[in-house]
Design a protein. Structure first.
Length: 133
């Protein structure tokens, strides 16, 4: 067995969204493609952006394939006027307690979700506030 007697430190990827220089700038459902580079992703708003919903396209992202973990942490404190961030996984590519879905939307700072990629789809392990549809 493995024993770790201290904290495990994860590197994380900060992905920004907003019209004022964010990585994700799309305001239409097709979204901006920007693949994460780490298991943990801090989704951070860009100040002085247009107040709307931004769309992140992850329809082609599978990480390293089966078993890939993805932890999403949402924050919009730098521009609280932004409505939301919708993450598009593709039709029937996001499994939740209500079955197959296509997207998850965060609209409040502090919302988060942990997912795992298995059998050609993302599956929610835990979800804190994200709306799936």
């Amino acid at each position: 067995s493995i024993r770790i007697d201290s904290f495990i430190i994860h590197n994380y990827d900060t992905i920004t969204y907003g019209s004022n220089g964010g990585d994700i700038t799309a305001t239409s459902s097709s979204g901006t493609t920007h693949n994460p580079t780490s298991t943990s992703v801090f989704l951070q708003s860009v100040a002085s952006s247009t107040d709307t919903t931004y769309h992140w396209d992850l329809t082609s992202f599978i990480g390293s394939g089966n078993g890939t973990l993805l932890n999403l942490i949402f924050d919009k404190e730098d521009d609280t006027g932004i409505t939301a961030l919708q993450i598009n996984f593709g039709s029937n590519k996001l499994y939740a307690s209500n079955g197959k879905n296509a997207s998850m939307t965060f609209d409040t700072s502090g919302q988060s979700s942990s997912l795992i990629y298995m059998d050609s789809a993302w599956r929610i392990i835990s979800n804190n506030g994200g709306t799936v549809a």
